[in-house]
Write a protein that binds this ligand. Structure first.
Ligand code: HMG
Length: 382
């Protein structure tokens, strides 16, 4: 039975910072951000938009009434949860009007967890072909003002409907995962921003891809030449390239140039958004499908990486007519319609926090935004 991604969309908040503005404010050569890091714009959110509102805004346009009846599991992968106990997926389930007899959970392992969610969803559908699973990756990446990580921030969400006979990407169940207990990036309880050893995290990512690729080749006997394109977890767009290029130089596949062209197609949206943490790989997949002109039957590889670390490589094959399921026009208009913040506005927005100890109402026009703080919890506008 074919199982995989039937529907796919992303959402980003409607404000951003231009990376030239940020570079000039931080007394950095703009070429370092645009070329060295590979970022042009960075998504920034007001406090009335959180991982729950991103998730619902990404998923809502995808779901038909039939989907809402068929979905029996909602999985949210995140590392920017709004609650230590209650899963964001429970709120998302309610806001989206999904039938009540469903399982709703939140998963965590840095930027990796949505990949575990996707694998769980596929296994569940293989056992229960009539049901669908909603998998959402939703995060706010924040390192702090004037920090080394600042140009690699971002915010947003990717939603995927997983089903039998998927209309976009059939997943091949060939996943190879790698777990290593490493402190390259972590965030202890109560700490607003992560602790990160930037250069070490780069090296760990590169090394994880090299190890997994060798194991994937050994297990499947496939090579780079069997792939039309590869999409990577994209904390900043240069990162995947830093992992892929040494392996292409080592393996020397005939299609190395084509893989690099497709790599660039896979980072078009990421350059304009920044790091979505759990959603970054899947935003890159959307960017690839909407800008890559790939053909049905093409095999695509996906490399997922979460600090700490768990990494995973897996593949899928594009389904005939997949283009018709994409939302290219909507995605590009959403990116184009955003407001460019100046750095003073960004810094004020960055420091704002919701105070759960004081009841307050809000008037953010964005659908599914926080409408009220009431008795120590958030209420959302549907
Ligand atoms: P940095 O020290 O600001 O930058 O840290 P750098 O000195 O390493 O320079 C970056 C690149 O810009 C270099 O290119 C420079 O040569 C180049 P590279 O050697 O990489 O090819 N450069 C220039 N290029 C053109 N013109 C110039 C110029 N100047 C320099 N004038 C770092 C960069 C990414 C480490 C930092 O921003 C950071 O710590 N970010 C956060 C951590 C991160 O994103 N790590 C990625 C791997 S870990 C991961 O992916 C997991 C994660 O998503 C979290 C999770 O799983 O939850 C982060």
């Amino acid at each position: 039975m074919n199982v995989g991604i039937d529907k796919l969309a992303f959402f980003v908040p409607n404000t951003f910072v231009d990376m030239t503005d940020l570079a000039l404010a931080r007394d950095v050569d703009p070429a370092k951000f645009h070329i060295g890091i590979g970022q042009d714009e960075m998504a920034v959110n007001p406090t009335t938009q959180d991982i729950i509102t991103f998730a619902t805004n990404a998923a809502a346009p995808l779901l038909s009434e039939e989907d809402k009846k068929a979905i029996d599991m909602v999985i949210v992968g995140t590392e920017s949860s709004v609650d230590e106990s209650k899963a964001s997926a429970v709120v998302v389930h309610d806001l989206l009007g999904i039938q009540p007899f469903a399982r709703s959970i939140e998963m965590k392992e840095a930027c990796y967890s949505a990949t575990a969610g996707l694998a769980l969803a596929c296994d569940h559908v293989r056992l229960n072909p009539d049901v669908k699973v909603l998998v959402i990756a939703s995060d706010i990446a924040k390192y702090g003002l004037n920090t080394g990580g600042e140009p690699t921030q971002g915010a947003g969400s990717v939603a995927m409907v997983v089903s039998a006979n998927p209309r976009i990407l059939k997943l091949n169940n060939d996943n190879v995962a790698l777990t290593q207990d490493i402190y390259d990036f972590w965030r202890p309880f109560g700490q607003a921003y992560p602790s990160v050893d930037g250069q070490f995290s780069n090296a760990t990512y590169i090394n994880a891809f090299a190890q997994i690729w060798e194991e994937y080749e050994r297990r499947t006997s496939l090579s780079f030449e069997d792939f039309a394109a590869l999409a990577f977890h994209t904390p900043y767009t240069k990162m995947g390239k830093k992992a892929l290029m040494p392996m292409l130089e080592k393996k020397k596949p005939q299609n190395a140039d084509e893989l690099m062209v497709q790599f660039e197609n896979g980072i078009v949206y990421n350059r304009r958004v920044g790091n979505l943490y759990t959603g970054s790989l899947y935003l890159s997949l959307i960017s690839l499908l909407e800008n890559g002109e790939l053909a049905a039957g093409n095999r695509i590889g996906l490399f997922s990486y979460g600090s700490g670390t768990v990494a995973e490589f897996f593949s899928g094959e594009l389904v005939e007519g997949y283009e018709q399921q994409l939302r290219k026009v909507e995605h590009q208009s959403m990116l184009d319609a955003r407001k460019r913040l100046n750095i003073a506005e960004y810094e004020v927005m960055f420091e704002e926090k919701l105070d759960l100890n004081h009841n307050k109402t809000f008037d953010d026009p964005t659908p599914y935004s926080v409408s009220e703080i009431l008795d120590n919890h958030r209420l959302y506008k549907k």
